[in-house]
Design a protein around this ligand. Structure first.
Ligand SMILES: [Zn+2]
Length: 347
């Protein structure tokens, strides 16, 4: 499926397209186009770029860390980086292998296969397969922390702790119905600026429908800190509550800084140090099994910030919006009926 697109991109890169006349250039202008960041969710990115699935032996497209060490090694400086040249050489060996068996052996050994995008002479797969913050932070780290680690539920029959004090070692429900009721009360009383999407009134309610990425964003960056600091950040709060709060706030601070409208060396340092504190305290509270490849990948977000600037310029929100618009088109049995004008009007 990528081949026709890459064929066009190759022509658009070299020789490019010569426009005989434009508004600013009456004598004409050479236009060249290039595809740089690959923005999509992780499963799609791994397939399109030619990597093994992120649950496999090599979960990272930026470095060579193994799945086994990604759960426990949070020392960013110790990770051995992928090289574009080596990746390309391995992918070509896979493409030119004499048999499927040889391809399979190479794939098992290196976790890499050929991708049509590698035909683009400027496309560095080790840098341009970017980490999308919408999927990685909001639908990844935030959602996972609430649903899989804190077992967020408003179900009355859920496994709530015997006392009011949540105990992470017992793997009981941390974000239970009583806390969620406090969250809902605070959401109802919170005035949000117009640029922040309001989370659902019953955020996290069991059977309350799908929580969108933007809801996770506001819910975890604004609503939960307001309520949890009020409940767990008091002098009389238990040590367990304070530990849970501190751990979560490291994630909140890291995400807050990672998604700022500007970026700098200072932003990079804060994101890295806060996310490191989040992961190390997460392991202390819940054990190493809760750490996922997604957590390892978040450490690499700072590299994307350095290459592409603030995430708001390349996160997946606008692309997902277009996907939603296109999905609403009725296409069954209407091959070729959708005109560019219609597409342009709706988008
Ligand atoms: Zn890595």
């Amino acid at each position: 499926m990528l081949k026709p697109l890459v064929d066009d991109l190759l022509r658009l890169w070299k020789p490019g397209v010569y426009l005989s006349q434009t508004a600013s250039y009456p004598l004409g202008r050479l236009v060249r186009c290039a595809l740089i960041p690959l923005v999509c969710d992780l499963p799609a990115l791994r397939k399109v770029a030619g990597y093994m699935g992120h649950g496999g032996r090599f979960p990272c497209s930026f470095c060579r860390i193994s799945n086994e060490h990604a759960h426990s090694n949070f020392d960013y400086s110790s990770w051995d980086r992928h090289s574009w040249g080596e990746h390309l050489a391995t992918a070509i060996r896979w493409r030119d292998a004499a048999s499927e068996k040889e391809q399979q052996d190479l794939f098992e050994e290196h976790g890499i296969r050929w991708s049509e995008l590698l035909r683009l002479p400027y496309w560095d797969v080790t840098k341009y397969s970017v980490l999308d913050s919408m999927h990685n932070l909001f639908l990844g780290d935030f959602k996972r922390h609430c649903k899989n680690i804190w077992h967020m539920t408003s179900d009355l029959e859920a496994d709530t702790p015997e006392t009011d004090v949540p105990n992470p070692k017992k793997k009981s429900v941390v974000l239970d119905k009583n806390i969620l009721k406090e969250v809902w009360r605070d959401i109802a009383q919170t005035y949000l600026p117009s640029w922040l999407g309001r989370p659902p009134k019953r955020f996290g309610a069991t059977g309350g429908g799908r929580i969108k990425a933007d809801h996770w964003r506001t819910g975890c960056l604004v609503s939960l800190p307001i309520t949890l600091i009020r409940l767990w950040g008091q002098p009389h709060s238990s040590p367990e509550e304070k530990q849970l709060l501190e751990n979560f706030l490291h994630l909140v601070v890291a995400v807050k800084w990672a998604t700022k409208r500007t970026t700098s060396r200072r932003v990079r340092d804060i994101v890295q140090s806060e996310y490191h504190r989040y992961c190390t305290s997460l392991v202390q509270l819940f054990g190493p099994d809760v750490v996922m490849p997604n957590n390892h990948l978040t450490f690499h977000l700072v590299e994307c910030l350095e290459l592409f600037g603030p995430v708001r310029g390349w996160w997946a929100f606008p692309f997902e919006r277009y996907n939603g618009i296109i999905q609403r088109f009725s296409t069954n049995g209407r091959l070729g009926e959708c005109s560019w004008e219609e597409l342009h009007d709706r988008c």
